[in-house]
Design a protein around this ligand. Structure first.
Ligand code: CAO
Length: 552
């Protein structure tokens, strides 16, 4: 049994780095190589692993502490513990003796191509023991004027992320790596040209023996220690262009879960994203409490979806107040819900609308006379009731209009529940008249009146708004000629009806005054063809022209 101090190893040229995450606590059993703390500079973050297995006896650092090579991280009861297999440091000693260091000597610096008037090559410098580090961010593009020491790319291993600086100034002619590439020491990173003025040390790709570093301005390589993260040794001053503030292991964890780190708010020091943050976000997404931006764009919660997932340019942001006085009012709940549904349906359904007219002269006369005869009943027969009955007849003749798409299959419904759009003070609602095929015009008129009233009073139950197989949207009481209604998914068609009016209709011998009803049938082209839609409208017109056909 031996207590040993675990120290901060060689972290390159950094004087001091900040402790931004404590990954263990007193009493924890740690394995050799297990990360103990995360430290960060402005160019790199790295996890400091334990050189030995054991139990944490005492933490010697706290969040925000500045540490440097040799600072004691913690005291470990390393009873029976084996040191990390890849540990290049001296064996651990008891506390009373010389402190145990996990450090190794800094790796020799590797720099880029010499100053030249021609192209200058920039190589991946010494990144310590790391192999196949992944390019996770490309910070420059061809044509950019690159300053000496400017960060070109960010690479990441499972223990560290680091920016690779340019060893020369010049114009970026060619970038030799792309996102996701795996790179190693000596790999060609970029080619600069017009690099006059750049003060660079001789290039030393891994394959070639390292040349001595001469100039003071030499871009030193990230320096790695055994089992410890690499750290770029160039002067601080840059920023990590938009990279989420998180340790490499947290990034890796997030990547594995598919969590977009840039959408998280970190609860750690200086807003750093911790593993707990990633877990909490994942739970929230799974429970439906929140959405990722990609999810929101796919199924926007409101008309405010930014369309990013569709590759659309951003929604115009206009400061309306610049042009005149304004008042801002939140959309009501129903508008938000119906807006999201309408947007999805408008985007996802390849919809086509056929416009047609039908002659309802006789039907309207029958309706008016029926209402007169039944004045005392208190039930007013509406044109919409006839339309519902006529639609049921057409839906039976053309069953695909009463179906829904389910993947590559069509689900034909052997029931006929007709939704009808109702204009309410709170917005559009669609009550559903169930089993319209089994009901007569009076019953339909009465139930419609009740449902429409409930809709206006905001008293419709979810059951009264679900199960529709086809929808009618009638603007007949208001006006207009034609419009293009949006299909109420998962239905495959919707009938829009506008205000009927007297029109001269040629009967073969003369123009006759006829009451014409404008119909607009929108249909899902994945399920229905134009010819079928034209036939549906024509058949509907025939029924409405002579309602006795419903009986046939
Ligand atoms: N042509 C001419 N007149 C018509 C007509 C038509 N197609 N349809 C209805 N009318 C007349 C009715 O006969 C009634 O006249 P009277 O009062 O003289 O009898 C008057 O218009 C009002 O009818 P209504 O609209 O109250 O009744 P309805 O059964 O036709 O419709 C309902 C009920 C709930 C559908 C309707 O009130 C409504 O909310 N319509 C709006 C639907 C809507 O917003 N659609 C758009 C959806 S997309 O945003």
């Amino acid at each position: 049994m031996a207590n040993m101090e675990i120290q901060v190893p060689d972290i390159g040229d950094f004087d001091e780095v900040t402790v931004i995450e404590l990954m263990v606590k007193v009493g924890d059993t740690v394995k050799a190589d297990q990360s103990l703390i995360t430290v960060e500079s402005d160019k790199a973050s790295m996890e400091i692993p334990s050189s030995h297995a054991g139990v944490v006896k005492e933490l010697k650092v706290k969040l925000g502490d500045k540490v440097k090579q040799g600072s004691i991280v913690l005291v470990l009861d390393a009873a029976g513990a084996a040191s990390a297999s890849n540990q290049a440091a001296a064996p651990a000693l008891p506390v009373q003796d010389a402190p145990v260091s996990v450090a190794t000597s800094p790796a020799p610096s590797v720099a880029a191509a010499p100053v030249a008037s021609g192209p200058v090559q920039v190589f991946v410098p010494d990144i310590g023991d790391f192999k196949d580090v992944v390019v996770i961010e490309v910070m420059v593009k061809p044509g950019d004027a690159i300053k000496l020491e400017q960060s070109l790319v960010t690479v990441e291993s499972d223990k560290a992320s680091m920016e690779i600086p340019s060893s020369a100034a010049g114009v970026l002619k060619e970038l030799k790596v792309k996102l996701g590439d795996k790179v190693n020491i000596g790999d060609l990173l970029a080619v600069l040209e017009g690099a006059a003025g750049a003060v660079a040390a001789p290039a030393t790709p891994a394959a070639a023996p390292a040349a001595p570093v001469a100039a003071a301005a030499t871009v030193a390589a990230p320096v790695a220690t055994a089992a410890v993260a690499a750290a770029p040794a160039h002067a601080p001053g840059g920023t990590t262009l938009g990279l989420p503030h998180a340790s490499p292991s947290v990034r890796k964890f997030a990547r594995e879960l598919g969590v977009p780190l840039e959408e998280l708010k970190g609860s750690g020091t200086k807003g750093r994203i911790t593993q707990d943050d990633v877990q909490a976000f994942t739970k929230a997404v799974m429970s439906g409490a929140t959405q990722t931006k990609a999810q929101a764009a796919k199924a926007p919660a409101s008309s405010g979806g930014d369309g990013a997932a569709l590759g659309l340019i951003p929604w115009p942001k206009v400061d309306f107040a610049k042009f005149g006085p304004i008042e801002r009012k939140e959309l009501g709940r129903i508008k938000k819900i119906s807006g999201a549904n309408l947007l999805r349906n408008a985007i996802m359904i390849p919809a086509v609308t056929n416009h047609d007219d039908c002659d309802i002269t006789d039907l309207e006369a029958f309706r008016v006379s029926t209402n007169k005869e039944n004045e005392k009943s208190g039930i007013k027969v509406t044109m919409l009731a006839f339309l519902i009955k006529a639609c049921v007849s057409a839906l039976k003749k053309f069953p695909e209009f009463n179906s829904s798409l389910d993947g590559d299959a069509l689900v034909y419904k052997n029931y006929w529940h007709i939704g009808f759009a109702a204009d309410t003070p709170n917005g559009l609602m669609v009550p559903v008249l169930k089993d319209a095929d089994k009901k007569g015009i009076f019953q339909i008129s009465q139930e419609m009146g009740e449902l429409a009233k409930k809709a206006r009073d905001g008293k419709l139950s979810p059951a009264e708004m679900s199960g529709a197989t086809f929808t009618i949207s009638s603007l007949g009481g208001i006006g207009g000629r034609y419009f293009t209604p949006i299909i109420n998914a998962p239905e495959v068609a919707i009938l829009g009806v506008c205000k009927s009016q007297m029109e001269p209709v040629w009967d073969g011998k003369a123009f006759q005054p006829r009451l014409m009803l404008p119909l607009s049938l929108t249909w899902d082209h994945r399920v229905i063809d134009g010819a079928a839609a034209a036939r549906f409208n024509a058949y509907l017109g025939q029924i409405l022209g002579d309602f006795r056909r419903v009986l046939l």
